[in-house]
Design a protein around this ligand. Structure first.
Ligand code: SF4
Length: 212
């Protein structure tokens, strides 16, 4: 699969976008992509899914970077949050309540959605397109753009180093993919960076799965 230069893709798609946004979990990929987007659109809304289950380190890092970069941070929360739903019911129900529903509801207000997904993160992302229409449950379609789809983790870390971007401290403890605290562990498979997510029970939370 071919890869466009991320900055070219960003410049072109931002030039066409009326109301763009980026989603960020404040992992390395998201922060690197936010850094690139801010060069063109410093006030781009940065949507963060505040699931009530994040590591305290993630929340502290989010706040620190938001202050340092002056980010236009928008915290998205479930209408009726339910802490511990992952345990009381299932991770499917919990991700749906705290991630999928608030995000898809918020995305109704945008026409272009930037995401830092990469193809090599997981088999479920191997065929990721850099740009495609993404259908929301309401039937509305927005443009989803993944400028660093073709990058490796090494590329991400090299960019962060080159631009002196501080990264989330949890990486120093050995985490390679970081989401909510109850559903993130050190990766049991060193060749699969997302093997520490959801205790191997699933690969995705659902926010990148389109409505049919
Ligand atoms: S990742 Fe875990 S804690 Fe977070 S919303 Fe999904 S199931 Fe709930």
């Amino acid at each position: 699969m071919t890869s466009t230069d991320p900055r070219e893709l960003i410049a072109r798609t931002l030039g066409q976008a009326a109301i763009p946004c980026i989603t960020s979990s404040f992992q390395a990929e998201c922060v690197v992509l936010t850094h690139m987007l801010r060069e063109v659109r410093p006030d781009i809304p940065v949507l963060f899914l505040d699931t009530f289950h994040h590591f305290p380190q993630t929340l502290a890092y989010r706040d620190e970077l938001t202050g340092r970069w002056g980010l236009n941070l928008i915290n998205l929360r479930a209408g009726a949050s339910s802490v511990g739903l992952w345990q009381a019911e299932s991770t499917e129900a919990c991700c749906k309540r705290h991630k999928v529903e608030p995000l898809f509801s918020a995305l109704e207000g945008y026409d272009t959605w930037f995401t830092a997904l990469r193809r090599d993160q997981s088999p479920s992302r191997a065929n990721l397109k850099e740009e495609e229409l993404f259908k929301l449950p309401s039937g509305k379609s927005i443009t989803r753009v993944a400028p660093i789809a073709g990058w490796t983790a090494k590329d991400v870390w090299a960019y962060a180093k080159q631009h002196q971007i501080p990264l989330l401290s949890l990486y120093e403890l050995g985490y390679t993919s970081i989401g909510c605290e109850p559903c993130t562990e050190l990766p049991p498979d060193p060749d699969n960076p997302r093997s520490g997510r959801w205790h191997g029970q699933k690969l995705e939370c659902g926010i990148h799965i389109q409505a049919k």
